[in-house]
Write a protein that binds this ligand. Sequence first.
Ligand SMILES: [Zn+2]
Length: 366
Amino acid sequence: MTPVFIGSEIYRHSSYGGAHPLRVPRVSTVIDLCRALGWFDGGQYRTSPRAKPAALTMWHTPEYVAALMQAEGMAEPTPPMLQRHHLGTLSNPLFPEMFRRPATGVGGVMLAAELVQAGGVVHVPGGGTHHGLPDRANGFCYLNDCVLGMLALRHFGARRIAYVDIDAHHCDGVQHAFAGDMDTLLISVHEEGRWPFTGALDDDGGGNCFNLPVARGFADDGMHAVLERLILPRVAAFRPDAIVLQCGADAVEEDPLSRLCLSNNAHLGVVAALRDLAPRYIVLGGGGYNPWTVGRCWAAIWATLAGYEIPDRLPEGASDVLRALDWRGGGRAPPDPELLVTLRDRPRLRGVDAVLRERLDVLARR
Ligand SMILES: [Zn+2]
């Protein structure tokens, strides 16, 4: 099966609101860049379906799904929407597509699970909402497409699933779902001391979870060490039927919500290295709040998965996509001009310090 990209136009004009980090475009940038570069050969782009409410209740509560559907289009949440389901908060505001957009993310990841049932590779940059909880919204996430996608993989015949998460934030919702499930391997690399403050080094989730908090300044050589000493040996030894990689782009240096210093080469290295370790491979998006770096990162991921060569310098049509972006308010600095004419970052190397080595030793001894 040729690699498949699952996208949707629902993301193009959707915003969580003018003061929210998710006011910026992300998936539409990836689609536009890939189109400009000729990276959707016949049949590779698929439009994401929207998941039905009954599918969402495979993990979310019926009350929560009903509240989420009802809240879409409302100006103010009812008290139970706000207090029980955390809908209408600063991080999870009411906005015009607040049900249809996350349900489209879930539909895309569930379609991916179906498409790879006989083996294959699918990229769903609109997926990766790893904080969603069964009965409430959490951390910009309304539904948990990672969890529902993994349940769909099971439904379509995969038993052992490795979930790897390189977003700057810990995947608390996914761990909530699969902690203690020895048919699931969960590995998360995330910035220490950052929301949601879960995923400590000694939190093994009952045995199947490997959490690695990393310090500010974590860069490409740090990720390379993590890949070689934690991710690859654990995933290979687990012999998964399927791998789900959450590729949040908020660990890239220019992101405004973290203090990690990766270049997108770190993401591409993880994407490529995991590819041959299972017959089914689904690569999701996740966080990412700098409109230039998130679009560049996920477009480069698609090129890596689908075998397109990333040019050193972008053709004008692709650069035009990046030049048309802005922060949509907020007074942040414009991007380094190099970000407008390239997809691949320059590598960022900061050395591998003793603290990271020690943490990798601790996890290797488990
Ligand atoms: Zn994140």
